[in-house]
Design a protein around this ligand. Structure first.
Ligand code: URA
Length: 240
């Protein structure tokens, strides 16, 4: 059971103070009755709440799939550059969402944005080996045995040994790379180690999530229930 004002605040409905005012003015009903005490304890998962007459849908966490646009920073804030959170609705921002993982500023594609810290942490944990697949374009000619070197674990920047990864050459300077780690500039450095220079990089898959092709660059949508179930499933085994 949780305080009514806290429950509403956790959903980005307003500041705690504003919400307390609105509750006192009679703007909120719980299970069909006006509740005027902000401290009233309710069960957020089961209570039927209305706010200003409209049904209020409680969600413990929010999960967004974004098709990141180039030029955006994967950060929650930056004094100069726009971030992947710039332009998201206030109701979502007030929940304290953050990007789960990083894409470089010039990279595009699938990014998960959430306020579920536990799930994000598990998805990004090196020990989970969650697969990430990238479509890339590159300049130069990759070594003849590049795919073999990726499969064995390519050495980048002289000493860092990567875990086995998959490189599928698509022809015309295009390829698909699947890795299970999240090293800094990993794909660009792997391709550089094999003789090429990445000129374009789009993340297409992150664990069970597949980039929604209908999302324009910069676009986002909430994850569907089955997608949420899938990410919870792959993180389930390590939950306490
Ligand atoms: N690897 C990179 O080099 N850049 C990205 O943005 C993601 C993976």
């Amino acid at each position: 059971m949780e305080r009514l004002d806290k429950v509403l605040g956790s959903q980005g409905a307003g500041t705690r103070r504003e919400l307390q005012e609105r509750i006192r003015r009679g703007a909120v009903t719980v299970d069909g009755r006006i509740v005027r005490r902000p401290e009233t304890k309710i069960d957020p998962e089961n209570a039927r709440i209305t706010l200003d007459g409209a049904p209020f849908v409680y969600r413990k966490y929010v999960y967004l799939m974004m098709n990141k646009a180039p030029g955006l920073l994967c950060a929650t804030r930056d004094p100069e550059a726009p971030t992947v959170l710039t332009g998201l609705p206030e109701t979502i921002l007030r929940r304290g969402v953050f990007p789960a993982g990083r894409l470089d500023r010039d990279s595009v594609g699938l990014l998960l944005i959430t306020d579920d810290g536990d799930t994000a942490h598990l998805l990004l944990s090196p020990s989970r080996h969650v697969k990430k697949t990238y479509f890339i374009r590159y300049d130069g000619t990759l070594d003849a045995d590049a795919a073999g070197r990726f499969a064995e674990g390519i050495r980048i920047d002289g000493d860092e040994l990567c875990l086995p990864a998959e490189l599928v050459l698509l022809g015309d300077g295009e390829a698909r790379v699947t890795v299970t780690e999240g090293r800094y500039h990993q794909v660009k450095r792997m391709i550089a180690a094999a003789g090429g220079t990445v000129t374009f990089l789009r993340r297409e898959r992150f664990g069970p999530l597949v980039l929604d092709e209908t999302l324009a660059e910069g676009g986002w949508r909430e994850l569907y229930e089955d997608e949420i179930a899938q990410i919870r499933e792959i993180t389930r085994k390590t939950r306490g």
